[in-house]
Write a new protein. Sequence first.
Length: 198
Amino acid sequence: MVNTVDARDKCRDQDQSDVERVLAGDIAAFEGIVRRWQGPMINLAYRFCQDRDRAEDMAQEVFLRAYRGLARWRKDAAFSTWLFALATNHYCTELRRIPAREVWMEDLPEFADSANAIADGERADRDRALHHAVLSLPPKYREALTVFYFQEMDLSAAAQSLAIPEGTLKARLSRGRQMLRGKLTQRVAATFVAKEAR
């Protein structure tokens, strides 16, 4: 099993090396950056817009912006932190320009019948309901929850990525969790009432 810290350090070293090579004129070195970060950039975009094609387009635009702005990376933070901040900023701006399709809680599929569902199916239902509930939140709460929980960033990196103070992020996470709790509680209650009425 690969040590996570060693893998992270290796990735950080590769990023640093590739950036230095690109800035020295070796444009082909940018391919290493794209190869390492393409999956995470598309995944993050997808969590914002829930549309695979749009997520790929948004991620491609982030790489173009990163390439053009590579000299602005100050190296006081990891390259990945800078790249995620660039991506989050672009994704938020893009979704303000052309909003993602809204998802209403009433449109969510019902939870599986727990008497017949296996544990994995129940977990998948819960995960799907959670993702849909997050998508139904106002953008500032959705963005905070997406970056912090789904991208598993620490508080400092998530705040940097969203370009907001840590205190603001904490407040948005707290309010977003409250809103989610309310939406999911309503959904579970509605599902229970519908099943009891059968």
